[in-house]
Design a protein around this ligand. Structure first.
Ligand SMILES: [Zn+2]
Length: 153
């Protein structure tokens, strides 16, 4: 089956919009940012999203709806990237999408990777903080459900 036929099948049988079907086939079912196989299992598939490489809010419709601007993404990468601008001041959006798409994807990946490192740091810290409360639960008993300790904030 050709890519064009696959895009048509996704649209007609799964009701994918043209943009998502195009990105899905181009990305071969993988998040273009982290490489996650979105067909691996139901949970991965449920996190399938369409990202706009150049955020819709930052460009006109012709650029926003340029097929090169459509990126298959997992929910985590898409929300992490948010509206981050991958263009350097002075760069032409259409030219960059047409001829330097992989450069823009690389910039988005780098941004996402850095934010993920910050999430990892926060995640470890949140674990440490909650773990510290477990010791007091052991000595004082579990807190009553629905009756959290009175916060001092
Ligand atoms: Zn991803």
């Amino acid at each position: 089956m050709s890519d064009t036929d696959a895009i048509r099948e996704l649209q007609s049988r799964l009701n994918f919009p043209c943009s998502t079907a195009t990105a899905f086939v181009r990305g071969r079912g993988r998040c273009e940012y982290c490489g996650q196989d979105l067909l691996r299992d139901r949970q991965s598939y449920a996190s399938l999203e369409l990202d706009h490489l150049l955020a819709k809010e930052r460009c006109d419709t012709a650029v926003s709806e340029h097929p090169a601007n459509w990126v298959l993404s997992c929910r985590c990468c898409n929300s992490t990237k948010g509206e981050h601008d991958v263009l350097v001041p002075g760069e032409d959006a259409t030219e960059m999408l047409s001829s330097h798409r992989s450069t823009l994807i690389g910039r988005a990946r780098k941004f996402i990777r850095l934010k993920m490192q910050d999430y990892d740091r926060q995640w470890r810290l949140a674990n440490e903080i909650l773990e510290a409360t477990w010791w007091s639960w052991c000595s004082e008993g579990l807190p009553q459900q629905g009756a959290p300790a009175d916060p001092d904030c």
